[in-house]
Design a protein around this ligand. Structure first.
Ligand code: AMP
Length: 596
């Protein structure tokens, strides 16, 4: 399609008129980052001038940055807990936002073991959709012809609950997929999925995955990109194929749908696509029946040009496995977002994972940046927050946001490093999330949660006069799903009565029971995390670990046992000292309802 020259973009020639407009919008926003930010803050503060929270700090209707910065404190989720609780309990007054809180988005970040509840308002859906609408115009600059086929995306909804006051609480993607913005999106040849909406929206994760995989197999030659939100999700789909290719092939051969698919809407829509195809069934059996699954993605979906999955941050651990299954296809990390707010997108999505940087879109919220000091250097008691347009190249910052929905100077907990600028908008490398020790899927376990879990589990050792003298951990992603491995060095005081295999298995379960609800949901409902493993190591192992660290320059005075390890020589040392391995014998308790 010819594109009007007036609409061409500095990012490259747009694929179509619609893309040209999107790219032009991107240019405008990034050229005027600072004034857009000033405007966004003024809009948020005008809209919410009369809300209780802002009045408490005597903002008195001011909408300028200086007054805002001088009066409104920087906060964490815990500081907002009383307001969140009131809203959850049904207080409909304007506490945080002048617009009614339409629902809570349940973050994968937790507070006191439960998902954080992020207030949101209806109009935020438009902003999320706006960011989504920019992704394909950027991708089309790098990968031509995406309108000639489809995307095989494994997308899922998760369970929803209601707060005591009746507000829905669900993950942001569940909210988005269930919205009309997604369900009744207009046809766009560049954005056609093999998965029917009904399959994506089916809350039963087996039925949803089964039908999405089946539809992806049926249209295998049309598939041009394969994706999931996070790398862990795509690997879970591959694992699902490993476990279920026989049943899937039977369905393809006979044209009849597996009896386990009972959801009527899912059944109806799948049966419209499913026709007997013995040749395809034979192909799937032949490929999946091979012992070697290397390159399976490109063998089954030969026209795949790239994988669309986030492999930055904690997901980087999955890059080698994705490369193995895909024959090193490019991995596109397209966007950076959270329950609190969608932040921005990657303007060069086909770059190497290590080079991914996200451009924060200045229209999404008001962004501030807390200079991040390396561990050991004390933070200024009144640190000065830096504006989006003022961040410095090479420096690290913690992201602080002010949103239309009523978060004011809220610390997200992500550490970002400035790697460059697009026009006047900075681009950031996602460095890490603060305080996360272990993560397999969207679970995030911090040091104190791990400590508590070890303490709880070690109660079971008391009657054996045994204690845990040292421990460390690592996220084992060599298995699919991955699982937590905890190394324990035990002090057994009475060797005639030492804890046996069964007790240590129960210790694994006790640890899982004390981990946060996102972890337990991953174990129980999503099957995205495997049983926790305890590896008991020989006495003296942790001393050897210290000797090793000191030999590499650590100071004896300052040495602390690392609570998580991922350095190969250290893991080899630990593994060579393992005397026994134990796994959780059951899944921990989890229900969608919150404990508090
Ligand atoms: P949630 O609130 O559960 O949606 O989780 C949001 C968090 O996921 C963010 O604050 C980041 O820590 C992480 N995250 C989201 N997008 C990315 C990305 N593209 N790369 C790395 N981490 C991400």
């Amino acid at each position: 399609m010819a594109v009007d020259n007036a609409l061409s973009s500095p990012l490259g020639p747009p694929a179509c008129e619609k893309d040209a407009k999107a790219l032009q919008f991107l240019e405008e926003m990034t050229r005027n980052a600072d004034s857009v930010q000033e405007d966004v803050l003024a809009k948020i503060l005008t809209q919410n001038a009369d809300v209780e929270y802002l009045k408490r700090f005597n903002l008195d209707g001011a909408t300028d940055r200086e007054t805002f910065k001088s009066k409104i404190p920087m906060i964490r989720y815990e500081d907002l807990q009383p307001e969140i609780q009131r809203i959850a309990n049904g207080d409909r007054s304007s506490i945080l936002s002048a617009h009614p809180i339409s629902e809570f988005l349940t973050s994968s970040g937790t507070s006191a073991g439960e998902r954080k509840l992020m207030p949101t308002i209806k109009q935020e859906l438009d902003r999320r959709q706006l960011l989504y609408s920019l992704l394909m115009p950027v991708m089309n600059l790098y990968v031509p012809g995406l309108d000639k086929g489809k995307g095989l995306y494994f997308l899922f909804v998760k369970s929803e609950t209601r707060t005591p006051g009746g507000l829905l609480a669900r993950p942001v993607l569940t909210s988005y997929y269930r919205s009309d913005h997604f369900k009744t999106r207009p046809y766009d040849p560049y954005n056609v999925y093999t998965s029917p909406n009904e399959a994506i929206l089916c809350a039963d994760s087996f039925q949803s995955m089964y039908t999405q995989m089946l539809c992806g197999l049926l249209e295998r030659e049309q598939v041009l990109r394969v994706g999931a939100v996070f790398a862990s999700g795509l690997l879970r789909a591959i694992r699902f194929l490993q476990l279920h290719w026989r049943e899937l092939s039977d369905d393809i051969e006979s044209g009849m749908l597996n009896k386990k698919i009972t959801d009527p809407t899912v059944k109806d829509c799948t049966l419209k696509i499913l026709k007997p195809n013995p040749k395809l069934a034979e192909f799937v059996r032949m490929e999946c029946g091979k012992e070697n699954w290397e390159g399976i993605i490109t063998r089954i979906w030969p026209n795949t040009k790239y994988l669309d999955v986030i492999v930055t941050g904690a997901m980087a651990q999955y890059i080698p496995t994705l490369d193995y299954y895909s024959g090193c296809l490019p991995k596109a990390c397209t966007m950076y977002a959270s329950s609190e707010c969608y932040f921005g997108l990657n303007l060069n999505p086909m770059c190497k994972p290590s080079e991914v940087c996200y451009t924060i879109m200045p229209n999404m919220a008001y962004f501030e940046f807390l200079p991040h000091e390396p561990a050991g250097i004390s933070q200024d008691s009144t640190p000065k927050l830096v504006d989006l347009a003022d961040v410095e190249l090479g420096k690290e910052y913690e992201l602080v946001i002010t949103t239309y929905a009523g978060l004011y100077r809220y610390r997200v907990g992500d550490i970002l490093r400035v790697t460059g600028f697009h026009n006047s908008a900075p681009q950031f490398h996602f460095v890490r999330r603060k305080n996360v020790l272990l993560s397999i899927d969207s679970d995030k376990t911090d040091e104190s949660e791990l400590q508590k879990a070890v303490e709880n589990a070690s109660q079971l050792l008391r009657e054996f006069n045994t204690s845990v003298v040292e421990y460390t951990s690592y996220a084992n992603t060599k298995t699919i799903p991955g699982h937590y491995v905890i190394y324990w060095e035990l002090l057994v005081k009475d060797s005639a009565n030492s804890p046996g295999d069964e007790v240590l298995n129960q210790c694994c379960l006790a640890m899982e029971e004390s981990l946060n609800s996102v972890y337990r949901q991953g174990r129980v409902a999503d099957n995205s995390i495997g049983p926790l493993e305890i590896r008991v190591v020989k006495n003296g192992t942790f001393e050897e670990l210290m000797d090793y660290a000191i030999s590499r320059g650590a100071s004896i005075n300052q040495y602390k046992v690392p609570r998580c390890v991922n350095f190969t020589p250290i893991m080899e040392l630990l593994d060579s000292r393992v005397v026994s391995k134990h796994f959780s014998p059951a899944v921990p308790h989890w229900t969608p309802e919150r404990r508090r």
